[in-house]
Every structure is written in C-alpha cells, then in structure tokens.
Design a binder for this molecule. Structure first.
Ligand code: Q46
Ligand code: ZN
Length: 300
C-alpha cells in the first residue's frame, strides 16, 4: 500500500484492516457499540466486507438487500440477492430482502422506461429509489444508523464530479456521516478511507463470496471515468485520492459551504404520499417516479 508506505502479510493485513475500521468509526463518532445498525447489502465486496468486519468487531448488525430487478438475461439482481443471502446464512446474520417488483410493482429498468428516462439516466432513478427504500427500511426497523459500503474510490469520484459541476448543494452534503434529521435516519460510511483495492483484499483474504459481475448500467457511468482519472493520478502520486477527499472534508468542517440558516429546505415539507421529507410541495422524488410510472403503464 504505497499511500500508507506499508507492506503486510495476510495475518497482519487483516489485523490492520479491522483495527483501522474501528479507528475510523471512533474517530468520526459514527456510532457506539450499543447501537442497532442496518447494513445496506448489495452482494458486492464492499457491503459484504463491511458487514463482515462490523460483525467481527461485535457490533449489533442486521442487513437489508434490495432486489432491483436488473437484467433478467444475466440475472444480475438475482445473483446479487443470492450472494447476500448465502453470506447471511453462513454467518447466521439477519437479512431483510426487499424485492422492488413485488413491493412497488416495478423494477428499476421499468421505472426508468416508464419515466421516459434514457438508459444513461437509469442510475439516477436507481439512486433515488434506493435512498428512499433504505431510509424507509431503517425507519421501520428503528435502527440508530444505516451504513453503506462506499469506499474512497467512490467518494473521491463523486467529489470530483461535484467539483467539476461546482454543485454546491451536493458538495455541502457530501460527508461520510449524515446526522439524523426529521424523517431521515443517521447514515454513515465506515469504509470511506479504504480504497476499493484494500477492501477487495479483505474480502478475498476472508474468503467472502461476493458477486463479481458489474451492474450492466455501471458501464456507461461517468463515475467510472472519474475513477480512472483519479487512479492515474494515484499511480503518479500515491495518497492523492485520500488527500483530495480528506482535505475537502477538513475544509467543510472549517465552514466551507456553510448553509445559510434560512435555507434548510429538507424539513420544510413532507411528501403527501409517503410522508418522507422533501423539498417539493407535493410528492417526493421517489413517489413522483412511481406515480409517473403507474400513470404511463396504465395508459400504455
Ligand atoms: S445498481 Fe443502480 Fe448502481 Fe446499477 S443501476 Fe446504476 S445505481 S450501476 S451502484
Ligand atoms: Zn414520497
């Protein structure tokens, strides 16, 4: 690991990884040992490794998986669900599976199509629905915190995209910890300092059976291009990704992009359908997607 100037054998790598995770959680005050934690489990290496390490550290964790109904031909979503279920069974952990086709009547590709979104915008539909569904699941199970397996590569690429567009609202909210506020559960990303490669090493060394297939929609995603750019930079300047992300976080803490007090739109309104907070006067983004899809499928 050139960015840390460290070389480990298997045993010491696993020890380093688990200790680092604990340190990141404590240093950032993510959650306490007594908290009930919901892990968003996709079936990929990041979320399974996160679930594994939190369980090993003695946290009270349960999982939630959303079957998105993606790619009937290659069974991408079904294989992801299977990986999550097998992992839960192996470790005797509790997992709740939410199948979108049964709960809301549409898969993600259907929702995108019925909302007349081009294929390239499927991820934004998926992101809206996932955020909504996970928040709802966390509120229902009354957990204290929802955790996701986002890693440094994800966070740095997201930051890069937000900086390219100078999207101040998104920049202001880009944090590994989002505090609980009316209608929104507390969210944490305990792996935000680990690179994808470091997490893959943990998953392989722990013999975690994760799904290696990529979601078919991820191939066009801008995020992948940003990751490639940052990886090139990292190759030349080890530690560049971590510096880019952590100096931004420090700047945020020091008041960069402080939200004007009068401009806190989140808690102003509630969705008239589901009751979750929204900036709109009527339906939240998730319920707008559903209502358009239902309308268009009836009139098709
Ligand atoms: S699952 Fe959904 Fe991702 Fe697939 S459709 Fe895009 S956002 S790429 S993490
Ligand atoms: Zn709603």
């Amino acid at each position: 690991m050139r960015q840390h100037r460290l070389i480990f054998c298997r045993e010491h790598y696993l020890e380093w990884f688990i200790n680092q995770t604990q340190e990141i959680i404590d240093h950032n005050h993510f959650f306490s040992k007594s908290a009930l934690i919901l892990v968003a489990v996709s079936g990929g290496k990041d979320s399974l490794s996160l679930w594994h390490v939190l369980n090993a550290l003695g946290y009270n964790v349960q999982g939630v998986h959303i079957n998105l109904g993606i790619d009937a031909d290659t069974s991408y979503s079904d294989k992801s669900e299977q990986a999550a279920r097998e992992f839960a069974n192996k470790l005797n952990l509790s997992l709740k599976v939410i199948n979108l086709a049964s709960t809301i009547g549409h898969t993600i590709p259907d929702l995108a199509r019925l909302n007349k979104r081009p294929q390239s915008r499927t991820c934004s539909v998926c992101g809206t629905v996932k955020r909504h569904t996970l928040n709802q699941a966390a509120l229902k199970t009354q957990v204290e915190v929802l955790v996701t397996g986002h890693n440094l590569d994800d966070e740095a690429a997201l930051l890069f995209g937000n900086v390219l567009g100078w999207d101040v609202d998104l920049l202001r909210r880009q944090s590994p910890l989002l505090l609980e506020q009316a209608g929104f559960v507390r969210k944490a990303k305990p792996f935000f300092r680990f690179t994808e490669r470091e997490i893959t090493a943990d998953a392989i060394l722990n013999q975690i059976d994760y799904i290696e297939d990529e979601c078919p929609y991820s191939l066009n995603a801008k995020q992948l291009k940003y990751k490639a750019i940052l990886n090139n930079l990292e190759e030349e300047q080890p530690g560049a990704k971590l510096r880019f992300y952590s100096t931004f976080q420090n700047a945020l803490k020091n008041g960069l992009f402080i939200e004007p007090e009068e401009k806190n739109p989140v808690s102003d309104h509630r969705c008239t359908n589901c009751g979750q907070p929204t900036t709109s006067d009527n339906l939240c983004a998730n319920c707008r997607l559903l209502s358009r899809a239902n309308f268009n499928s009836m009139s098709a």
